[in-house]
Write a protein that binds this ligand. Structure first.
Ligand code: ADP
Ligand code: MG
Length: 680
């Protein structure tokens, strides 16, 4: 049976099809949606001022009596204003309303009203501009804390306020509290009714805090319960058991020995793969920590045990690089490799599809092309996704679903704070490569303005003369009229014709044809070109050991984690490397961010700062992450509540793993709904 909370908002008084359509734009379809359409902020209008005390330019709430009827003042067509003279026992003020001819009917001379608005003082005249008002006996929009909602055209604050208030009064006794009573008690959380009431119409600031904490807790609690449940059921899933764990042949074909951190992670993976249950593991490691070889060793073991493996990367450049780096080594060990991307020819694709099904390819590398329908494996047992943060959960799963009980390994070079990792990858085991291979030097990082441009160009020249290579990264591909950002295209033309006519320069960006991209990359890798102008297509994973200088234009435009990724493209060989951040402005915020970059080379530290400075939305760039759509919680600020709700979820599942108890019915329902959304 449908809960009253799931009732269509059209059942509310005054909501017809037109209004329902407008509300839908805000994601509001049901009464419950409406009650969880939370304010973005609040205005504290609790303090009532005397007219004598009101100050120019500030917002005030005053109680005053209408002295005379409102008067009309015509300025020009389209602009008429109305003046209403009001007084209290300390003085007189004029309320000004624009273009509202009905305003005259709203006031009765001699009656007392409350007004809230911005004060404008001109000489002796005190004006209150376009105030909100009500009878002074009321406290709906004055003398209280007023919620400010996200709106859409056709819906005003007042309308929203009244609608929510009405539905609260009609429906509050039908609300279902998802949080079990003992959790409410343990974490001193307010009941749902109190929380919903006070998040919209807070009795005072303290009640607002209490309400907010409870709602944030609830949101995290559902998520954490869901993720832990997913992990729990995955852990019990049977997986293909790899019996041959001998990796010595692989290790002896490597030109280096594994770092201790790499050894530890390899052991964790090997133990997963031989456990008989499905592996579901995330490998986190800073840029350059050597994740690729971890992927390779896993592929090796997988194939050696008679299975196929697939490795998916977010860009063509990166997929190709993996293939180029790993296939010679793997082929040397008898493993047949292939590369499949969007630009693979039809003919080659057909051949790959066939060979995959016949088991004549052991390891397949590629981009999203791997998860297209035509790709079918004979016996896929290991799915690896590199730079996971670029993919959604759905894509990760799509690759795993190309076989039965496939082991999953995901790698990310955007180190994320542990708390956040637990949310986004809460359904996975996490390994950290907490150490860089030996001999890596610190990349000296400088933040500079335009005045340094000539000197930096001289520096680029000097590096190139030493036979080193240089990246120059621009924030956009093409020149745009609106935003004065350096475009890769223009900057490339400028540099190659005016600044470095004698030095071979390459250009690579996302809008180029794959073949051209590939050519640009391989020219740079082999040293045919010495300078590579690019967009962020080179952000992830690209490995050119001879590159020693990374110049980033409009660095203020990038997130810190992204800058760190870009910087990680240099310092991969033995020569001293540098990163230059050009900033076109220096606000306090920019200065603070750049200082973090120049002071730290630690990806984990940087990402933590990034998260607190920019919030998780920006943190992951434009890509939305399913698990990060919060209605009220804010990851950057609510970390404590996040932790607490994690403990609560843990305890809940320990007590009742399948959530079968009656008092867990609503959390079960909510969690099942969310788990469907997460994998969509
Ligand atoms: P990332 O973790 O950023 O993906 P890569 O796997 O691309 O890093 O490795 C960066 C570079 O370090 C590569 O050139 C790789 O060959 C090298 N490398 C990896 N592991 C080691 C090691 N244990 N010792 C020396 N060099 C290593
Ligand atoms: Mg990598």
């Amino acid at each position: 049976m449908l809960s009253p909370m799931e009732t269509d908002i059209r059942s509310l008084k005054g909501i017809g099809d037109a209004k329902a359509k407008q509300l839908l734009r805000l994601g509001v379809l049901t009464v419950w949606d409406l009650l969880t359409h939370f304010p973005v902020r609040f205005e504290d209008r609790t303090k009532v001022s005397k007219i004598f005390d009101i100050e120019n330019g500030r917002y005030h709430c005053v109680n005053a009596i209408a002295v005379s009827p409102a008067t009309e003042h015509f300025v020009r067509k389209g602009l008429t204003y109305y003046k209403l003279l009001v007084r209290d026992d300390t003085g007189i003020a004029t309320c000004i309303f624009f273009n509202n001819k009905y305003i005259k009917n709203n006031f009765k001379v001699g009656c007392e009203y409350s007004f809230y608005g911005k004060v404008n003082i001109r000489g002796k005249n005190k004006e209150i501009l376009s105030p909100e008002f009500e009878l002074s006996s009321k406290t709906e929009c004055t003398k209280c804390i007023v919620p400010i909602y996200p709106l859409t055209s056709g819906i005003s604050q007042k309308f929203m306020r009244n609608l929510i208030s009405e539905s609260y009064h009609l429906y509050h006794s039908y609300m279902r509290d998802i949080i079990p009573p003992n959790v409410l008690r343990t974490y001193s959380l307010s009941p749902l009714e109190f929380a919903i009431k006070n998040i919209h119409f807070p009795a005072d600031l303290n009640s607002l805090e209490i309400a907010k904490k409870r709602l944030v807790f609830e949101e995290f609690f559902i998520l954490q319960t869901t993720l832990r449940k997913m992990k729990f059921s995955a852990e019990k899933r049977q997986g293909i058991k790899f019996t041959d764990k001998d990796i010595t042949p692989f290790l002896s074909s490597l030109p280096f020995t594994l770092t201790n951190a790499q050894k530890k992670v390899t052991d964790e993976i090997l133990s997963d793969l031989s456990s008989g249950t499905v592996m579901n593991r995330l490998v986190q490691g800073d840029v350059g920590s050597g994740k690729t070889v971890i992927a390779a060793v896993s592929i090796y073991v997988c194939v050696k045990n008679g299975n196929q493996a697939a490795m998916m990367a977010p860009t063509e450049v990166l997929a190709r690089q993996h293939y180029n780096d790993l296939s010679p080594m793997l082929e040397g060990l008898g493993i047949r490799c292939a590369l499949l991307t969007g630009s693979t020819s039809q003919k080659a694709k057909r051949e790959i599809y066939e060979k995959l099904q016949d088991g004549e390819i052991d390891a397949l590398f590629g981009t999203h092309a791997l998860i297209t329908e035509k790709v079918r494996f004979m016996r896929l047992a290991l799915a690896i996704t590199d730079e996971q943060h670029r993919f959604g959960v759905r894509q990760r799963m799509a690759l795993s679903e190309k076989g039965n009980d496939v082991h999953t390994l995901v790698m990310t070079a955007t180190p994320i704070p542990r708390t956040l990792a637990l949310i986004i990858y809460g359904d996975m085991d996490i390994s950290v490569i907490g150490e860089l291979p030996p001999g890596r030097q610190v990349i000296d990082t400088y933040c500079v303005g335009e005045n340094m441009r000539e000197r930096i160009y001289a520096f680029i020249r000097k590096e190139v003369m030493k036979n080193n290579r240089c990246y120059i990264v621009c924030p956009s591909v093409e020149e745009s009229e609106n935003i004065p950002l350096k475009s890769a295209q223009e900057h490339f033309s400028h540099l190659s014709s005016k600044i470095f006519p004698d030095i071979p320069i390459g250009l690579v960006h996302g809008k180029m044809k794959s073949a051209d991209k590939e050519k640009a990359m391989s020219d740079f890798i082999c040293g045919e070109t010495k300078i590579l102008v690019s967009t962020t297509v080179i952000e992830v994973g690209v490995n050119v050991p001879e590159a020693t200088l990374m110049v980033i234009e409009n660095a203020e435009r990038f997130g810190l984690s992204q800058l760190h990724q870009l910087r990680g493209r240099v310092g991969r060989g033995s020569s001293k490397s540098y990163c230059v951040l050009f900033c076109s402005s220096f606000s306090d915020d920019i200065k603070e961010r750049m200082k973090i970059m120049t002071k730290s080379n630690d990806g984990f530290k940087i990402s933590e700062k990034d998260l607190t400075l920019r919030g998780p939305g920006d943190f992951f760039g434009t890509r939305q992450h399913g698990a990060l759509h919060f209605k009220i919680a804010d990851l950057a600020n609510d970390l404590d509540v996040l932790r607490q709700s994690g403990f609560a979820a843990e305890a809940l599942l320990k007590e009742d793993p399948q959530l079968l108890k009656e008092e867990h019915f609503y959390i079960k329902e909510a969690s099942e709904k969310l788990s469907k959304e997460l994998v969509l």
